[in-house]
Ligand binder design. Structure first.
Ligand code: HEC
Ligand code: HEC
Ligand code: HEC
Ligand code: HEC
Ligand code: HEC
Ligand code: HEC
Ligand code: HEC
Ligand code: HEC
Length: 414
């Protein structure tokens, strides 16, 4: 593409953005460059980085929050009031509101969908503020469950969830620029970068964050700004790191949950979802600098994408670094099995229990269940009725513990 055609390409969406968020007079890029960086949206980045854009479109990041007015089909089910009510009847004991007073959203109430992989929730507006409707659809099981049926209209979405699901959130103005995890969630606000002509390679590079050029710790904190659970330190009551930007130290803006929180098992492993960063920090991988980007791609040009966007498929990912997994101990009993099923057991919940994997990478033995109540890696397969974890542990120990050598050592000739 020539410079001129790129510029023409750029001006179209950029002018839309300028008209919307700045003002018509600030059109010229000099002025834009003299002002603080702002968010421009992924559609602007697309004009020069089409391949990255297409790759990102194939990931869940681009689909987290979807505008129903643009495409009705983003709703994965039917919002049938009778079906919702029927499902709620089955869990009536869990409800904090009498069933006939639960708010079931109608199709025309829903403005955005939240999620499409494990579960879907729905954004509605009440008195000008976005709230999450109290009905959640679990995608694998196809059932409706309640979500804060009694206090849903006291939990403003932008403050509780906004920064992890949308890009360019402004809590003061109560706005966001783009639904979903856009380019600038990981690369920082791009108004300076985007307004420079494409020929200004070095200035361009200097005005945008490239995570692979940051130190590993700070780069991983970008992922940690969302794959985390805790409290904002700079904005009371917010669930996401308000004020944080890629390249900054996350700890200044966010305090993660600690042992004792209901989203962690007693031993500190994750029971709740979006806690991959909390898990990972406890792992040997973190100590060795093996981070999210070592195993995942966020936009991989050209190549096919595997489940959860891992760099390689299944065991190949692990064995690309762990060339030799010695056939001793744990690994000698099973002639098969996949690494992740033992080392990343599904012990956390998004929609239904057991749909999210642990990212501490330690295999959990039956004795862990006995000691701390955490599910183990074994009983997804060893699940015969009444199977006693203590008995499985005993059989395991018998097979994997090396016995002390019998007899006496022969003395060396002197
Ligand atoms: C007018 C065209 C243009 C637009 C619009 C644009 N970029 Fe770029 N971008 C470039 C050019 C040119 C480079 C430098 C390429 C090189 O280093 O060879 C670049 C480099 C980058 C880099 C790598 C920087 C580095 O130091 O390695 C990132 C990341 C990036 N852009 C992200 C974005 C994002 C995010 C947006 C939207 C906010 C965006 N770009 C919008 C043209 C553009
Ligand atoms: C979830 C975080 C995330 C999102 C969203 C994201 N990127 Fe990136 N981007 C990265 C990381 C991390 C790197 C560093 C290289 C790598 O590990 O792939 C990178 C690298 C880049 C680069 C440098 C060249 C390269 O491929 O290494 C460009 C250009 C870029 N991204 C553009 C974009 C654009 C355009 C979008 C939106 C369409 C986008 N990115 C969305 C995380 C993200
Ligand atoms: C602004 C918040 C945010 C940031 C920053 C972010 N993520 Fe995510 N990530 C999400 C959300 C939300 C989802 C779930 C989206 C959905 O289900 O639609 C997700 C999903 C994913 C998935 C599953 C993707 C798929 O397509 O199956 C992976 C893997 C992932 N993120 C890795 C990363 C990595 C690696 C980084 C850092 C380079 C990162 N994320 C940065 C919010 C974020
Ligand atoms: C600290 C960031 C953060 C906050 C705050 C947050 N989420 Fe998320 N959420 C994520 C990430 C990351 C994922 C995907 C990874 C996972 O689930 O393990 C996710 C997943 C989801 C999903 C499932 C997506 C799918 O495709 O199935 C839904 C629905 C959801 N969040 C709704 C909410 C709601 C509603 C709130 C506010 C009450 C909220 N989240 C608060 C980061 C966050
Ligand atoms: C050692 C490799 C490795 C590292 C490091 C790693 N992951 Fe993963 N991740 C995986 C594998 C393997 C899966 C499961 C893929 C599958 O189900 O096929 C996965 C799944 C996920 C999922 C989907 C949720 C689920 O449990 O199915 C998310 C989101 C995710 N990872 C985010 C992250 C983030 C954020 C980081 C950094 C804090 C990270 N991962 C670090 C290997 C890794
Ligand atoms: C990018 C390379 C890389 C990838 C990919 C990778 N690992 Fe690792 N892994 C390492 C390094 C380096 C260490 C630290 C080794 C050490 O401390 O001796 C490690 C440590 C471990 C440990 C702890 C070892 C111990 O002695 O306690 C386990 C378990 C493990 N990895 C499992 C996995 C699994 C399962 C996967 C696939 C999901 C995987 N690894 C993918 C590089 C990798
Ligand atoms: C049946 C469950 C299971 C499977 C499958 C499994 N592991 Fe393990 N692995 C364990 C347990 C348990 C340990 C702890 C050490 C022990 O008891 O021997 C372990 C230990 C490890 C270690 C630590 C160093 C060592 O050798 O003792 C690494 C690295 C590792 N596994 C990698 C892998 C990789 C890579 C795969 C896939 C090729 C894999 N494991 C498959 C259960 C399993
Ligand atoms: C993917 C399914 C699967 C997982 C996960 C798994 N096993 Fe197994 N296990 C089997 C099967 C099938 C056999 C029969 C031997 C074979 O075919 O290799 C077996 C054999 C065994 C045996 C020897 C026979 C017996 O029952 O006494 C023990 C002990 C054992 N497993 C313990 C464990 C422990 C402990 C774990 C968790 C760390 C585990 N297994 C994880 C499927 C699994």
């Amino acid at each position: 593409m020539t410079f001129v055609s790129r510029l023409a390409f750029l001006l179209l969406p950029l002018s839309v953005f300028l008209l919307q968020s700045v003002s018509a007079q600030t059109m010229d890029s000099k002025k834009l460059l003299s002002e603080p960086k702002t968010y421009v949206g992924s559609e602007v980045c697309k004009t020069c980085h089409l391949e990255h854009y297409d790759a990102w479109k194939r990931t869940l990041h681009s689909k987290m929050l979807q505008d129903v007015s643009k495409n009705e089909d983003v709703i994965v089910t039917e919002l049938d009031q009778a079906v919702m009510k029927e499902d709620f009847k089955k869990i009536e004991k869990k409800l904090k509101t009498p069933l006939d007073q639960v708010y079931f959203p109608k199709r025309e109430d829903v403005m955005y969908t939240i999620g499409s992989q494990w579960k879907q929730r729905y954004l509605v507006k009440k008195d000008g503020t976005y709230y999450i409707a109290p009905t959640q659809f679990n995608i694998d099981t196809g059932r409706w469950v309640n979500y804060h049926d009694h206090d849903w209209d006291k939990r403003p979405w932008l403050k509780k969830c906004g920064g992890c699901h949308a890009t360019g959130v402004d809590l003061e103005k109560e706005t966001f620029l783009e639904p979903g995890v856009g380019c600038e969630s990981c690369h920082g606000p791009g108004s300076h970068h985007a307004s420079l002509p494409a020929t200004e390679t070095f200035k361009k590079r200097a005005t945008i964050v490239n995570p692979s050029k940051l130190t590993g710790g700070v780069a991983t904190q970008i992922c940690g700004s969302c794959h985390n659970r805790g409290k904002a330190t700079k904005f009371k009551g917010a669930g996401w790191p308000v004020g944080y930007r890629p390249g900054k130290a996350l700890e200044t803006y966010y305090k993660s949950i600690e042992i004792g929180d209901k989203h962690l098992y007693a031993s500190g492993l994750s029971k709740g979802h979006h806690q991959q960063y909390i898990d990972w920090k406890k792992s040997r991988h973190a100590d060795s600098g093996v981070n999210c980007m070592s195993c995942h791609v966020v936009h991989q040009l050209g190549n096919p994408l595997f489940k959860s966007k891992t760099k390689l498929e299944g065991d190949k990912l692990c064995t690309s670094c762990h060339e030799q997994v010695a056939n001793v101990g744990a690994h000698s009993v099973h002639s098969f099995g996949n690494c992740a099923n033992c080392h990343m057991p599904r012990i956390a919940k998004s929609a239904e229990s057991g749909d999210i994997r642990s990212h501490v990478f330690t295999a959990l033995l039956p004795k862990d269940t006995i000691e701390t109540g955490v599910p183990n890696s074994c009983q997804t397969c060893h699940k015969h009725k009444d199977e006693d974890p203590a008995d499985l542990q005993k059989r395991w120990d018998a097979l994997t513990t090396r016995r002390a050598p019998a007899g006496e050592m022969v003395k060396a000739n002197q």
